[in-house]
Ligand binder design. Structure first.
Ligand code: NDP
Ligand code: OXD
Length: 306
């Protein structure tokens, strides 16, 4: 079996070495344009040239959860695409989101600023009843985030394509219920996949329906958010701020207004980082299952887009 590793922006050497140790009988190499055809590929943001050249490829293992960079390519319709779905990523996402929600809700930024000025002062606490949280996307990440955040006794709403029956969480489904979902939420967490339907979904029209004083947490993709619309709504006072982990251009350009905005917290796409060792273990198990024609988790539906 030939396995090729094709990454953009990430060095593949250590992956080739560790995959080779885990699969000693396979031939594993880094893809170079014009190299021989492989059966399986391990990829991150592969190019169209890679797809076009690898006519024999049966399965692509994406080393991240989001497959938007793959699905924008022209792909053979029966190509299997498999995403990361290990517990570690959803745990990290739950940590990030809970941290941002609680930091905002408990006004920890204000206390941090005070401490830098040696100021012993109190800020008026907010009421949980006034801070319903809305989670867009109830997949592997959203689901874990919702269940973790529930422990802090926030009222939680979720938004997805299909109905979710989870105790203590109100489920809103599809475009018809988007407005009701937004109006019922004050803190908005975006964990949708990037698809043609969800691109720019966080715009003036949608975000202005959040309850006054709303707060936006975007940890999915920068292309979900219309930057200027967010800024307009923060500057007009309708929204109180945002925590942003993902951006249309990454790294976020040094002169981008988000860096300096006092009500925007930036992290450099780290809310849930892929763990190489766990990822390789899971990919190897799935490759073995594929060879034995056993079912595997994490398969992407090309038509649905996630
Ligand atoms: P999943 O594919 O597991 O879940 C997607 C969820 O979104 C599902 O609940 C689905 O609904 C819902 N959904 C999809 N399209 C729509 C739509 N048009 N309207 C309403 N709901 C919709 O995704 P994950 O939870 O694994 O990941 C989400 C995204 O997070 C990834 O695609 C990636 O972009 C991003 N990500 C960011 C990371 C970071 O470090 N910042 C790390 C990892 C991922 P249903 O359940 O009904 O199918
Ligand atoms: C991912 C990511 O999709 O890191 O896994 O954004």
């Amino acid at each position: 079996m030939d396995i090729t590793v094709c990454f953009s922006k990430i060095n593949s050497d250590v992956w080739v070495k560790e995959l080779q140790l885990a699969l000693p009988k396979a031939k594993i190499s880094t893809w170079r344009p014009g190299t021989k055809l492989a059966d399986i590929a391990v990829v991150w943001e592969p190019s169209q040239q890679f797809i076009d050249e690898q006519a024999d490829i049966k399965a692509l293992f994406n080393i991240g959860a989001g497959v938007d960079a793959i699905l924008k390519l022209k792909l053979p319709p029966n190509l299997k695409i498999i995403r990361v779905d290990d517990d570690n990523m959803s745990l990290q996402m739950a940590e990030y989101v809970c941290h941002e929600v609680i930091r905002h809700f408990r006004k920890f930024d204000n206390y941090y600023e005070d401490s830098k000025r040696s100021r012993w002062s109190y800020h008026r606490p907010l009421s949980r009843m006034d801070y319903p949280v809305g989670i867009m996307g109830m997949g592997i990440l959203g689901n874990r985030v919702a269940k973790t955040l529930k422990n802090f006794e926030f009222k939680i709403n979720c938004y997805s394509r299909s109905y979710k029956q989870i105790e203590g969480i109100s489920s809103f489904v599809g475009k018809e219920q988007l407005q009701d979902f937004l109006r019922a939420s004050k803190i908005l967490i975006n964990l949708l996949p990037l698809t043609p339907e969800t691109e720019n979904i966080l715009n003036y029209q949608t975000l202005s329906q959040l309850q006054p004083g709303g707060y936006v947490i975007n940890a999915a993709r920068g292309q979900h958010l219309v930057d200027d619309d967010l800024l307009m709504l923060i500057d007009s006072g309708h929204l109180s701020g945002a925590s942003l982990d993902v951006f249309c251009t990454e790294p976020l350009p040094k002169d981008h207004i988000f860096w300096k905005h006092p009500q925007i917290n930036i992290t450099p796409h780290i809310s849930a980082r892929m763990n190489r060792k766990e990822n390789i273990k899971s990919i190897v198990e799935k490759i073995q299952a594929l060879i034995q024609e056993k079912p595997i988790s994490g398969l992407i539906d090309q038509v649905r887009g996630y």
